[in-house]
Design a protein around this ligand. Structure first.
Ligand SMILES: *Cc1c(COP(=O)(O)O)cnc(C)c1O
Length: 411
C-alpha cells in the first residue's frame, strides 16, 4: 500500500486509525427482563411500594461503604438536597472548582448561596487545596470538591481544611462511581457524596441521581426533601420540610441494580486501560496525561484526560484543531468545556433570579489561570465508553495521536 495513503489523516480524507465503535450503555437481556418485570408488576412508582428503589439504595450504600443512600431525579437535585440539608443559608459562600459541569455551581445559586471559585491543580485538574484555603472567608459554609473525570481529589487535605474551618464537604462524585481514594470509595468520605445517573455517566439509568451519607440527621433531612417534605413514618398529607417530589421510578431502580452488577468490572477495565495509555503516551512529545496522585487507588476514568501542547505539534495546530483530527481518526474524544464556569452568562450577567448574589460579587473579576489554560489550550478528553475497549484499542488511540503529530510536523 502507498504509505502516503495510510499516513494521510482521516481529517484530510485518509483512513481512520480506529474503525470500531464503543457501545454505551452496555446492557443485555438482563436489563430488558428486569424492566419488563417491573412493567408487568404494575408497581411502577407507587410511593407506598418502592421496594426496588429501596433495594438499589441499599445495594449502592453498601457498595460505597456508606450507611445511607437516597435516590433522586438527577445529579443536580442530589447536590441541591445535600446543600439544603447541610444547612446553608442565603448569602453563605460555597467553594467550588471552575473546571466542572455547571450543576456544581448553579445548584449553589439555586440554594441562594454564593459560589466561590477556587482554581484547579495543573497536574490533576481537581480543585487545589491551597486555592480552597485562600478562598475561605467568614461566610464560607461548605466545599464541593469534584472528583473530576473520576480522579480522586486530595481528600485528606480537603477534610483537614474543613475540620479546621468547620465547613461541610459535599463530594460531587458525578464522574466517580466506583473510584477509590486510599481504598475508600469516592463519595463516602465527606459529609455527603452526590452522584448522577445521567446517560453519559459510568452508572446510568438514562437519568437519575443519588446521595450517600453516614450522618443520621442529614439522611433524614435529605430523605424528607426528596419526598415532598414528608417524614419517615409520617402521614401522607403531613409535610414538614420545603421539599419536592424528586423520586425515581421502579423501572430506573431495577435498571440501576443490573448496571451496578457490571460496575466493578467496568471500573477495573477502565483503570487498567488508563494506566496502560499513560505508559503509551509517556514518550509522546507534547502529550502529558494527568498525574495520578493524592492516594488514588482506583480511577474510574469517566474521562481520560491529557494535556496537549501545541508547540510539539508544529506550533500552529490549536487544541480544537487537534481534537477534530483525533475524532476523525476514530477516537471518541472531546475538547471539553470552552471556558471556566465563572465565564458562563449565568455568572457574568446575573439575571434577576440571581438575587442571592450580592453586588459585591463580580465574576468578571474572577480569573483562575489553570482552569483557563485547561479549557482553552490543554485539556483533551477521551470518553469513558472508549476506555472500556481492549489494550489493542489503547495502542490505536496512542497511534492516532502519533499519526497526527507526524502529519503536522511533515506539513
Ligand atoms: C453530570 C454532572 C452533574 C449533574 O448531573 P445531572 O444528573 O445531569 O443533573 C453534576 N456534576 C458533575 C460534575 C457532572 O458531570
Amino acid at each position: 500500500m502507498n504509505p502516503s495513503i495510510t499516513e494521510r489523516l482521516a481529517f484530510d480524507g485518509g483512513q481512520p486509525t480506529v474503525t470500531k465503535t464503543f457501545p454505551w450503555p452496555v446492557f443485555d437481556e438482563r436489563e430488558v427482563q428486569a424492566v419488563a418485570g417491573v412493567v408487568r408488576s404494575g408497581k411502577w412508582g407507587n410511593p407506598d411500594c418502592l421496594d426496588e428503589v429501596e433495594a438499589f439504595e441499599n445495594a449502592f450504600a453498601r457498595y460505597c461503604g456508606s450507611k445511607y443512600a437516597i435516590t433522586c431525579v438527577n445529579g443536580s437535585v442530589s447536590l441541591r438536597l445535600a446543600l439544603i440539608a447541610c444547612g446553608v443559608r442565603p448569602g453563605d459562600e460555597v467553594i467550588v472548582p471552575p473546571y466542572t459541569f455547571i450543576a456544581t455551581a448553579s445548584t449553589v445559586v439555586e440554594a441562594n448561596c454564593v459560589p466561590v471559585f477556587a482554581d484547579i491543580d495543573p497536574d490533576t485538574y481537581n480543585i487545589d487545596p491551597k486555592a480552597i484555603e485562600a478562598a475561605i472567608t467568614d461566610r464560607t459554609k461548605a466545599i464541593i470538591p469534584v472528583h473530576f473525570a473520576g480522579q480522586a481529589c486530595d481528600m485528606d487535605a480537603i477534610m483537614d481544611i474543613a475540620r479546621r474551618h468547620n465547613l461541610r464537604v459535599i463530594e460531587d462524585a458525578a464522574h466517580a462511581h466506583g473510584a477509590a481514594y486510599k481504598g475508600r470509595k469516592l463519595g463516602s468520605i465527606g459529609d455527603v457524596g452526590s452522584f448522577s445517573f445521567q446517560s453519559s455517566k459510568n452508572l446510568t439509568s438514562g437519568e437519575g441521581g443519588i446521595v450517600v451519607t453516614d450522618d443520621d440527621e442529614l439522611y433524614h433531612l435529605m430523605h424528607s426533601l426528596r419526598n415532598v417534605g414528608r417524614i419517615e413514618g409520617g402521614q401522607w398529607y403531613d409535610h414538614y420540610n420545603p421539599g419536592c417530589n424528586y423520586r425515581i421510578t421502579q423501572m430506573q431502580a431495577v435498571l440501576l441494580t443490573e448496571q451496578l452488577k457490571r460496575l466493578e468490572e467496568q471500573t477495573q477495565t477502565r483503570n487498567e486501560n488508563g494506566l496502560y495509555l499513560n505508559e503509551l503516551l509517556a514518550d509522546v512529545d507534547g502529550i502529558t496525561p494527568l498525574t495520578r496522585g493524592h492516594g488514588e487507588t482506583l480511577h474510574c476514568y469517566h474521562l481520560y484526560i491529557f494535556r496537549y501542547d501545541a508547540a510539539a505539534f508544529g506550533g500552529n495546530l490549536s487544541k480544537a484543531g487537534f481534537v477534530e483530527r483525533l475524532a476523525a481518526e476514530g477516537v471518541p474524544c472531546f475538547r471539553g468545556y470552552p471556558h471556566p464556569l465563572y465565564r458562563q452568562p449565568l455568572f457574568q450577567n446575573k439575571t434577576f433570579m440571581c438575587y442571592a448574589l450580592p453586588d459585591t460579587v463580580d465574576y468578571s473579576q474572577v480569573y483562575c489561570e489553570v482552569a483557563e489554560r485547561a479549557c482553552k489550550e490543554e485539556g483533551v478528553w477521551i470518553l469513558q465508553h472508549a476506555m472500556l475497549g481492549t489494550k489493542a484499542d489503547m495502542d490505536l488511540f496512542a497511534e492516532a495521536i502519533r499519526k497526527i503529530q507526524r502529519a503536522v510536523r511533515a506539513a
